[in-house]
Design a protein around this ligand. Structure first.
Ligand code: NAG
Length: 296
């Protein structure tokens, strides 16, 4: 419990605000991490459900193709385009003290150490301004770029794009083309590089596209043709919150992970990730057999 309260200082980032507040006597609020993965999911679905409620599409034709999707949802598209314009303007035009405008890098020793305190550019600046000490301190860039600034990968600015991403889930797969153009099909370049920590526009387009294609493929194979019932993914899928929170709490301990001996090579990382995933799938399978399902 005491550990949970130190969320911003520990590597446990996924427990959400609820766990920390409900389970514990709040000893100190000052270090509590306000944003988080579950918070972001909740807020994203909240906004999208408002959009959907205000502009109810009474009859969705089953034969809808890509263009009619856009036409049918035009008021929602308008809101989404306005939101995305806000993200683009803030990200690329907002002046950040002592940092280049439109900076998207990690700070620290990145960019030859020119902008050590600029981690996350405008997104990082907005979060540090809003939350102060209540920030996540173990962003993925810390290890590689030796950053010193707190940075939240589920921060305020990125939430705009996660709303856009959720909306794309209701749309079509043309997003891959946008993503390819924005990132110029490069790993970390292009007009807007693919960046998960910033939830950049090219990242949400790319993820939206692949999720859509995957969903379409699985829908065909499982629901329409009935060739496959979704094992083993159905087991963790039926207990996704349980597995997610469990991993957040225990993922850094044996037997899910261990201190790696070959940090420089990728194979031990890969093996550890696959091992941890397999263990959680097994746990989820046992829970499935016992008909134990945890839902929020
Ligand atoms: C970065 O911030 C630290 C304090 O957090 C300060 O000591 C240092 O001078 C800053 N560096 C630059 C280049 O602004």
């Amino acid at each position: 419990c005491g550990y949970l309260l130190t969320t911003p200082f520990s590597k446990w980032k996924g427990c959400g605000l609820m766990l920390c507040v409900v389970d514990c006597v709040p000893v100190s609020w000052s270090w509590l991490r306000i944003p988080g993965v579950l918070q972001r999911l909740g807020f994203t679905y909240f906004v999208l459900s408002l959009l959907q409620t205000f502009w109810v599409q009474k009859e969705i034709p089953l034969t809808a193709v890509s263009c009619s999707d856009v036409v049918l949802y035009w008021p929602q598209w308008l809101v989404i385009i306005l939101l995305e314009t806000l993200w683009l303007c803030l990200t690329f035009l907002m002046p950040v003290p002592n940092c280049p405008t439109g900076y998207l890098g990690a700070g620290g020793i990145g960019d030859n150490g020119l902008y050590p305190n600029c981690t996350g550019g405008a997104a990082g600046y907005i979060d540090r301004w809003m939350f102060g000490d209540n920030m996540y301190r173990f962003p993925t860039c810390k290890e590689m770029y030796h950053t010193t600034q707190p940075f939240d990968p589920e921060g305020v600015l990125g939430t705009i794009n996660s709303i856009v991403m959720g909306f794309l889930g209701m749309q079509v797969s043309w997003t891959i083309f946008c993503s390819s153009i924005l990132s110029k099909c490069t790993r970390d370049g292009g007009f807007i590089p693919v960046n998960k920590n910033l939830w950049s526009l090219s990242y949400v387009m790319c993820m939206g596209c692949f999720s859509f294609l995957l969903l379409a493929g699985i829908y065909l194979v499982t629901d329409m043709k009935g060739w496959w019932a979704g094992q083993p993914f159905i087991y963790p899928g039926m207990n996704s919150i349980f597995v997610y929170v469990g991993h957040s709490l225990l993922g850094f301990y044996f037997p899910f992970s261990w201190e790696m001996r070959f940090q420089e090579s990728h194979w031990e990382w890969l093996f550890q990730s696959l091992w941890g995933t397999a263990l959680w799938v097994l746990i989820a399978y046992l829970l499935y057999r016992k008909k134990f399902f945890l839902k929020i």
